[in-house]
Design a protein around this ligand. Sequence first.
Ligand SMILES: Cc1cc2nc3c(=O)[nH]c(=O)nc-3n(C[C@H](O)[C@H](O)[C@H](O)COP(=O)(O)OP(=O)(O)OC[C@H]3O[C@@H](n4cnc5c(N)ncnc54)[C@H](O)[C@@H]3O)c2cc1C
Length: 498
Amino acid sequence: MARIAVIGAGMGAMAAAARLAVAGHRVVVHERTETYGGALRRVEWDGFSFDAGPGLLPLPAVYRDLFVKTGKEPLEACVELVQVDPSSHHVFADGTRVSLPNASRAGVVSALEESLGPAAARRWGDFLVRAREAWDRARRPLLEEPLWPNWQVLAEREPYPAVPHKRLLRTRTAGTLAEVGAWELRDPRLTALLESYALAHGLDPRETPASAAVLPYMEHAFGTWYVRGGMRELARAVYERCLARRVEFRFGTEVTGVLEKDGRAAGLELADGTVAEADLVVAGVAPEVLDRLVRETRVRGDGEVPGRRGPASRVTVLLALRGGRPEGTPHRTVVHTQDRGAELESLSGASGGLPAHPTVTVLRPDDPALVPDAGHEAATVTAVVPVGAGGTPEAHAEKLITAAGRAIPGLRDRLLRHEVRTPADIAGETGSEGGAVPVPALAAAGGRLLQPSNSTRLPGLFTVGGWSHPGGGLPHAGMSGALVAGLIVEGPEFRGSQ
Ligand SMILES: Cc1cc2nc3c(=O)[nH]c(=O)nc-3n(C[C@H](O)[C@H](O)[C@H](O)COP(=O)(O)OP(=O)(O)OC[C@H]3O[C@@H](n4cnc5c(N)ncnc54)[C@H](O)[C@@H]3O)c2cc1C
């Protein structure tokens, strides 16, 4: 039995902690705030309740596996998972609307046929076949296995089988998501649909590799889920599973350093001046935090993966509305930008803030737990904003509420109260610089979108969560917990659990 000190109580760290405790280790989690869950926060006032972090769960299989491996009660006995159907409703710049059904590639194609016509629908269907091929190639190395020591193969090889395209007497194949849109989809609405999967992570589709086709594929193939009571219920369930496995939590305990002894991680230094000795350390924190904890020694990037900082954060407006949620309202509506050029310019940070018409995601859960009574509705509106972008919270809110008006009829008349959540709030809750949110690992692009491996150059120190392989997002963080536990329990030869 080893003594394992975990830094941070984010989802990746807790997933690792529960698995390590089941393997017989003594696990203590040190969390600088007074609560668990990291980005998965809940905001409550006036009888309303809102998710301030992610609002939906892709790939619940990752958390189902965690619950199966750490106890008798399955995930479904601890939280109520609800399939979100339609999975998303889209409002395009030209006013076209389409609702895409949950977890049905054929259903998505027929919905597109009805709104955009048979030719466009066929092109999206053909694209999904190619996206599936990319997924089949990338799934294991990018989600289920520890980062390959020869990760350069992933950095160089594009798994998406782009269609050769004749242009000015030359044959070219799409290398970026924007090129896939322009050359293979050839419809501004399909392009907007495709690019929205990159934009949702703050990635510029002109620089995002075609391999990001796996993002819409995953959603169309495996569906989107909501946790009844709000997404923080998932964090509660994982926290309680940790407690049931005798993981100890020390809240209000900021870690200020990783102790090193004989060239190995040997415990933690804490803000109150005390020391917590340990045989192994698992860090679930942002890269700049870890850099400080190891006194700027480069421990991440085993084999030189760059270990990128996150490009973007989020602005979210929480809306308390008078009047009940109308029957048949889509859970998620994506309102696409009416000015793609301005949005892409803003992503680069060049324009200094949010564009006038940002792409926004409007979430309107059908959940009585979020409202004081049936005569009210709770909704959230989120846009991506570059780290360090200017603009006041109220200026952001104004743009988001205007854009959301295309999804919620009569929004301004129904508005009782709103609250703006800024990158500074995210920084406060996760510790990441500028409130940056990590992106899922993607192949190609020279490795720019890979995150460093879960083992580090300092023996005994492992990294977990969105800033480590396999990158950001709830399922990815859960996978990183499984990978770290595998590497600790089975050793460096561990090659993934499936
Ligand atoms: C607004 C928002 C929207 C998001 N939307 C999506 C989405 O739509 N889809 C998606 O897949 N993902 C989304 N994410 C990202 C997703 O929530 C995270 O990738 C996921 O929760 C993984 O988090 P993590 O394990 O890296 O830990 P984090 O949530 O980053 O938590 C890190 C923890 O470490 C603690 N900590 C930091 N420094 C120290 C220290 N020195 N000592 C002790 N503790 C410390 C922090 O207090 C925090 O509790 C979103 C995030 C935010 C904020």
